[in-house]
Ligand binder design. Structure first.
Ligand SMILES: Nc1nc2c(ncn2[C@@H]2O[C@H](COP(=O)(O)OP(=O)(O)OP(=O)(O)O)[C@@H](O)[C@H]2O)c(=O)[nH]1
Ligand SMILES: [Mg+2]
Length: 254
C-alpha cells in the first residue's frame, strides 16, 4: 500500500473509549451492539464483522461471554480493567480499538491511566443510566464531569449515552427519536446538575435501552431468583446509534 494511502486508514492505536460509573450498562451496551442482529445490521456499514472476528482481540473474545449471559437472562459480571476490542472497519479504512471501561475503581484518587486513555482517545462515549432523582448515584455524574474538561472538543468526538431508559420512558415517548435538545424538558437529575455538559454535547446525546419493550409496550424484563432485574428478551432501542455516530465521524475524518 502506498504511504499516502496508508495515512488514509485508521490505526489500531486509534481508540474509542466507553466510560462511566460501575453498573451503568457499558459492557451490556457494547455486547448488544456487536451481537444483536438488528444492531449489527446497522453497524455493518462501518464494521467488517467477518474480519473483526478473526482478530486476536476481536469482539468474540471480548464480548461473547457477556452476550451469552445477558441473552440467557443471567446477571452480568463487572468489568475489572480496560478491555480492548479491535474493530476492522469496512472498505479498508483500517482498525480502531474500542475500549470498554471499568467503573468499579474509577473514583480512586490516582487515575492518570484513566485520564490518559480518555485524553488520547479519538472518541469518548460517556455512559449514564436514566434514573429518578432519588435513585441517582452521584458517582454516575462524577465519572463524566471528572474527565469532560480534559477533552479537546475540536479534535475528539464526544457523546453521552443514557442507558436503561425503558424503565422511565414510555414505549411511544418522542424522546426515543432524540431530536436535538430532547432532554431539556425531562426530569433528569443530570439536566439540572450538569446542563452545560449536555448542552456542549450538542446532538450527541441518546436515550437507549438494551432490554426494550414487549408486545404490549411494557419494559422487557423480569426479576431473577436473586431479585435482580434481568432482560426477558433483548429488543434494543437506539443501541447502535452512538457507535454509528462515532464511527461515521472517525471514518469521515480520514
Ligand atoms: N433495565 C435495564 N438494565 C440494563 C440495561 N442494560 C444493562 N442493564 C443492567 O445493568 C447492569 C450492569 O450492566 P453492565 O453492562 O455489566 O455494567 P457496566 O457499566 O459494564 O459495569 P462495570 O463493568 O462494573 O463498569 C446489569 O444488571 C444489566 O443487566 C437496560 O437496557 N435496561
Ligand atoms: Mg462492564
Amino acid at each position: 500500500m502506498a504511504a499516502d494511502q496508508e495515512s488514509q486508514t485508521a490505526q489500531s492505536t486509534d481508540t474509542i473509549v466507553v466510560w462511566g460509573n460501575t453498573n451503568v450498562g457499558k459492557t451490556t451496551l457494547l455486547a448488544t451492539a456487536l451481537y444483536h442482529e438488528s444492531t449489527k445490521s446497522s453497524l455493518n456499514k462501518y464494521i467488517d464483522f467477518r474480519e473483526s472476528m478473526t482478530r486476536e482481540r476481536g469482539y468474540p473474545s471480548v464480548f461473547s461471554h457477556h452476550w451469552g449471559t445477558i441473552s440467557k437472562s443471567r446477571p452480568t459480571q463487572s468489568t475489572s480493567g480496560f478491555v480492548d476490542c479491535e474493530l476492522v472497519l469496512e472498505n479498508g479504512q483500517g482498525v480502531v480499538t474500542l475500549i470498554d471501561g471499568y467503573g468499579g475503581r474509577m473514583l480512586e484518587d490516582n487515575t492518570p491511566h484513566v485520564r490518559n486513555r480518555i485524553i488520547e482517545a479519538r472518541g469518548v462515549l460517556f455512559i449514564v443510566p436514566w434514573t429518578r432523582e432519588m435513585e441517582q448515584d452521584f458517582d454516575d455524574f462524577a465519572a463524566i464531569s471528572k474527565y469532560w474538561h480534559s477533552l479537546d472538543h475540536s479534535t475528539q468526538r464526544v457523546g453521552i449515552v443514557f442507558t436503561k431508559c425503558e424503565q422511565y420512558l414510555d414505549v411511544k415517548d418522542p424522546a426515543w427519536n432524540f431530536a436535538p435538545g430532547w432532554w431539556r424538558d425531562r426530569p433528569l437529575p443530570m439536566a439540572r446538575e450538569l446542563p452545560m455538559i449536555l448542552e456542549s454535547a450538542g446532538p450527541a446525546v441518546w436515550p437507549t435501552s438494551v432490554f426494550g419493550f414487549d408486545e404490549i409496550g411494557q419494559p422487557n424484563c423480569i426479576l431473577d431468583e436473586f431479585g435482580q432485574l434481568v432482560p426477558l428478551h433483548i429488543k434494543p432501542r437506539n443501541v447502535s446509534q452512538p457507535l454509528e455516530w462515532m464511527l461515521e465521524g472517525l471514518t469521515n475524518a480520514y
